[in-house]
Write a protein that binds this ligand. Structure first.
Ligand code: NI
Length: 254
């Protein structure tokens, strides 16, 4: 079944129908979801979701846009939450020079601290990197070698994808791959082995064609998997099966 490796069902866009939507997942072919935390306030919501739904797992971390709210006190709290059974990864963490919400120095500092925390706890990482290819790779080479993880919503070149795959990382592919103007990501999907790809929504954002622009949900991953199958010239079933296997291995959900 489909494994959504990166979703945000704690987002207020799901307030109206969250339960009904999540209860329709199994029927829609979605077997497992990892809900990523992105700021301090989201951690409790992630815990609530994982407690309520057997098939929902969680990740906790602070997104580069929000690292200004981190301090030693809530960093200690993060460590506690990461020890919980259904919290399977540190994330999302990284660098975002597109929105540039926080200074690059502060983003780097907390990115490195969260990578070190993942190493200490022996957990995989979910990496967010936008318009920050060079700095991300530099930090990853120094602080993230030997860790497991995914470069989520991958937006860089094939060469960059190969670097990460060489380090043992997975490449997260979502709705963007179905966009007409996504030549670069399509090329990445063609060149990188299926064994290194993961399905993800980043919902409520980035809905694939034919639902582009609407609120996204894991049910739309059917379109992403179909596009990957077409690009790699394999069956839809093979894409779903292999990416699920990859995700289970990464998050250690057996
Ligand atoms: Ni995200």
């Amino acid at each position: 079944m489909i494994f959504d490796t990166h979703a945000h069902y704690d987002d207020e866009q799901f307030n109206e129908d969250r339960d009904a939507l999540l209860c329709s997942m199994q029927e829609g072919g979605v077997g497992t979801i990892v809900n990523a935390g992105s700021d301090v306030a989201s951690w409790e919501d992630v815990r609530t979701l994982t407690a309520k739904y057997a098939f929902v797992y969680g990740a906790a971390g602070v997104h580069p846009d929000d690292v200004g709210e981190l301090n030693e006190e809530n960093f200690a709290r993060l460590k506690e939450i990461l020890r919980e059974e259904k919290i399977v990864a540190v994330g999302e963490i990284g660098l975002d020079y597109y929105w540039d919400n926080e200074s690059h120095e502060l983003q780097k500092l907390w990115f490195i601290r969260q990578l070190e925390l993942a190493r200490e706890l022996g957990m995989p990482v979910i990496i967010h990197s936008r318009d920050a290819a060079a700095d991300t790779l530099e930090i990853m080479k120094e602080y993230a070698r030997g860790l497991q993880g995914v470069i989520h919503c991958f937006s860089y070149s094939v060469e960059m994808a190969r670097e990460y795959v060489k380090m043992g990382y997975y490449i997260g592919v979502g709705g963007v791959v179905t966009f007409k103007n996504s030549r670069k990501l399509k090329e990445v999907v063609e060149e990188i082995p299926l064994e290194s790809l993961l399905l993800e929504t980043d919902c409520p954002y980035l809905a694939p064609v034919p639902n582009r622009g609407k609120r996204n949900s894991s049910l739309n991953l059917v379109y992403v998997a179909k596009q990957i199958a077409e690009l790699k010239q394999v069956s839809y079933e093979e894409v779903v099966e292999q990416t699920e296997k990859n995700a289970r291995r990464l998050y250690n959900i057996l």
